[in-house]
Design a binder for this molecule. Structure first.
Ligand code: 4AD
Length: 432
């Protein structure tokens, strides 16, 4: 078939006259005389009508068309209120490009079976909508930092030390030597700011999380920034700005997808308008005690359940600052006002989506860094290259990391983080 193909969305935009489209059978039904096929492509869906009269020679093949067969069709498009997207194509010519066997995806499949057939499930309208939003989210993240003059910079995935606690590192046999998959870019990003000053990355991080929650992946995409000369307030401002920017881009570009996902967009709009509350850990303990009757002894980290209870009290993300030093990573800067807490913050998403950003000002004092590492049972010798960043022209600096799939799960209102990525990796899911 020789024709100039346009996308289904473009055909709907054209609204009348001759069109040529191609795509996959999304639904089909028929009678002795007519066949109705809803065709989908990356842009939209449209109903196509084949009448037996016109296709007597090909009728057998058309009649047998199954879901997911790929087709090229030309015909006449016109408005029809009864059709799923308000338009229909009366087919004039068809070429069946790839027949389909009975498609092994249906509504009765449970999460496990859908996981096994993930390579086919990602064609669904739900997954396609999420993946389009994911594309917008990644573009918006890049746009935010580029506009502020940040350079995109990359760190190695295979590294020799932990940064976020030894319990969640994946060990790799590297020609007989033990290496780890990076949990964060951070230790190799801090050296980068001495040349570039403002840097960011979007790359996978790895955590051997033994938890089977709806918010943990073992391989996740991590949007991280590191910046020289700036202070703790700058980090909070930037994290709030980036989240607001990402949401406003998605609200502009992906209303159709949010509708398909049945997301309540009002909940997102509020987050663009309102300032995110900034509360210290001490205040959080008080608030949880008063409003939720939860008593947390000072010094304990906030658990998922406590973050969720806190998030119930707000309709925007909340920034929780100044955690106890003992529960946070070794590189976080001790507060000059109170040596028991660090200049670090977590941003907790609303609606129970958990921590989306983890941040801190960085400790510049090598002795303190060594003490913190020893307290975690680490050998500071492995970190000598990192201490060099403090030996040669150390400057105040800091940064944060944002879990891209957590952000997407929240924006899309997903039940599980696994649907925020095409092929999720968790403790129990590593194929296909
Ligand atoms: O709070 P985290 O551990 O911070 C860091 O890794 C810092 N080194 C970042 C930095 O300062 N450059 O992780 C940052 C974010 C979390 O807030 C969370 O959103 C996400 O990464 N995250 C996960 N997302 C999915 N699955 C997991 N297992 C995650 N662990 C952390």
């Amino acid at each position: 078939m020789k024709a100039k193909f346009i996308s289904i969305a473009e055909a709907i935009g054209q609204g009348r006259g001759e069109v040529a489209v191609r795509g996959w059978v999304y639904r089909e039904r028929g009678s002795n005389k007519m066949k109705f096929v809803v065709l989908r492509d990356a842009s939209d869906i449209i109903q196509i009508v084949f009448s037996r009269e016109k296709f007597e020679k090909q009728w057998d093949e058309i009649d047998k068309l199954q879901v997911e067969a790929s087709l090229q069709v030309t015909g006449e498009i016109y408005a029809d209120k009864r059709a799923p997207t308000g338009f229909e194509i009366k087919a004039r010519e068809i070429e069946i490009v790839g027949r389909s066997e009975k498609f092994p995806i249906n509504k009765s499949l449970n999460e496990e079976l859908l996981g096994d057939r993930r390579h086919l499930w990602i064609r669904s309208r739900k997954m396609t909508s999420i993946l389009k939003i994911r594309d917008s989210v990644l573009e918006a993240i890049r746009e935010h930092w580029r506009r502020k003059g940040f350079y995109e910079y990359h760190s190695p995935t295979l590294i020799g030390m932990q940064a976020e606690g030894g319990a969640t590192v994946f060990k790799v046999n590297y020609f007989g030597k033990p290496l780890f998959l990076a949990q964060t870019w951070q230790l190799h990003a801090e050296p980068g700011i001495f040349g570039l000053e403002k840097i960011f990355t979007i790359q996978p991080s790895f955590r051997a999380e033994k938890s089977k929650t709806s918010r943990h992946l073992t391989e996740y995409w991590h949007a991280e920034m590191e910046v020289a000369w700036e202070d703790f307030d700058y980090l909070q401002d930037d994290a709030e700005q980036i989240v607001k920017h990402v949401i406003s881009v998605v609200l502009k570009k992906n209303i159709k997808e949010l509708e398909i996902l049945e997301r309540d967009v009002k909940k997102l709009e509020i987050c663009v308008r309102k300032k995110f509350p900034r509360i210290s850990y001490d205040e959080v303990l008080k608030i949880l005690k008063e409003k939720k009757k939860i008593h947390i002894p000072w010094g304990k980290d906030l658990r998922t359940i406590e973050e969720d209870k806190l998030s119930e009290l707000y309709d925007t993300p909340v920034i929780v600052t100044k955690y106890p030093k003992a529960v946070k990573a070794f590189y976080m800067k001790e507060s000059p006002e109170d040596a028991k807490v660090v200049l670090g913050f977590d941003m907790i998403a609303p609606e129970g989506y958990g921590e989306i950003v983890g941040a801190s000002q960085r400790e510049e004092d090598i002795e303190k860094l060594k003490e913190n590492l020893k307290a975690q049972g680490e050998d500071p010798k492995k970190y000598e290259f990192y201490f060099d960043t403090r030996r040669y022209g150390s400057v105040p600096h800091g940064g944060y990391g944002m879990g891209v799939e957590r952000l997407i799960a929240w924006i899309c209102g997903l039940d599980t983080i696994k649907d925020a990525i095409a092929f999720p990796r968790t403790m129990t899911r590593w194929k296909p």
